[in-house]
Design a protein around this ligand. Structure first.
Ligand code: 13P
Length: 279
């Protein structure tokens, strides 16, 4: 069933685990993730960036694709279809009107008050439609949708102020994680993470899940993280297998080429889900 993420994230907060958010890029990606999560019988958040939406053909294409796959594959687990890093009110509205059940409004490169204003507008609209809203405070840097930016860490007081003013359902505070690959070991601010989580009654989200070692993931969950976003790691796992396949085979059938990465994606999905949820 397509659902918003309120119930699943609150359960994760109450019971100290994290729900996996996997980004999708195409039909195959979506199918593999849905199949693997169905076999694990765990709730799932499918994240889609604006770039991926554009690549796949539009908001409605993505929404119909996910709904169609869920119906034809008899998916019974709760699935949340989430706009990842929506950059404007209009983008969030379009996602909601197209059937997305959750949106992230990312106005994190604006100043705090502007971020609050845009986020409030999205929350008002989304909540009327039963859609949950995530937002970002500070700025999570790195590389996403081919854009590179640098990190600005979130402060405890601004997070509290932001959540009170906006009424969001989950918060992604920038605390040292980055999108894409890390240069060196990730340096997460667990102390502030724990303080923010202790002061708020909504779940926290960790972006840039790729490349964070397992012990740091466990520590993040202990400090109040209840949703972890993974994108690059699935892409890399898929890429290595497809590269091997192309080097070894002379096939030009796209189903065989793209499909050669299926097991690698499914293994990663299983490994991450088990680590985030069965601690
Ligand atoms: P990675 O690409 O680093 O896994 O980050 C994913 C993410 O945070 C999507 O919002």
């Amino acid at each position: 069933m397509l659902v918003n993420n309120r119930k699943m994230l609150l359960d994760a907060k109450e019971n100290h685990y994290a729900i996996p958010h996997f980004n999708i890029n195409n039909l195959e990606w979506t199918k593999y993730i849905l199949e693997e999560m169905e076999s694990l019988k765990k709730p799932l958040i499918l994240g889609v960036s604006e770039g991926a939406i554009q690549y796949m053909g539009g908001y409605k294409v993505v929404s119909h694709l996910v709904k169609g796959l869920m119906e034809d594959l008899n998916i019974t687990i709760p699935v949340c279809l989430h706009l990842d890093h929506g950059t404007s009110f209009e983008s969030c509205k379009e996602a909601i009107e197209s059937g997305f059940t959750s949106v992230m409004i990312d106005a994190s490169q604006k100043n705090l008050e502007e971020n609050i204003e845009i986020t409030k507008q999205v929350v008002e609209y989304a909540h009327l439609k039963g859609v949950t809203v995530e937002a970002e405070v500070g700025h999570i840097g790195g590389s996403k949708d081919h854009l590179i930016s640098t990190n600005t860490n979130a402060q405890l007081e601004e997070c509290i102020h932001f959540v009170r003013k906006t009424g969001i359902d989950s918060l992604a505070p920038a605390l040292g994680s980055v999108h894409g690959l890390y240069h060196g070991k990730p340096n997460l601010d667990f102390k502030t993470m724990k303080e923010i989580s202790g002061m708020l009654d909504i779940p926290l989200v960790l972006h840039g899940g790729t490349g964070i070692p397992n012990d740091q993931i466990r520590e993040a969950i202990t400090c109040g993280i209840n949703k972890i976003n993974i994108n690059t790691e699935l892409q890399i796992a898929w890429y290595h297998e497809v590269k091997k396949f192309i080097e070894k085979n002379d096939s030009y059938d796209p189903r065989k080429i793209i499909g050669s990465g299926e097991d690698a994606i499914k293994e990663k999905v299983r490994e991450k889900t088990e680590m985030f949820m069965n601690r």
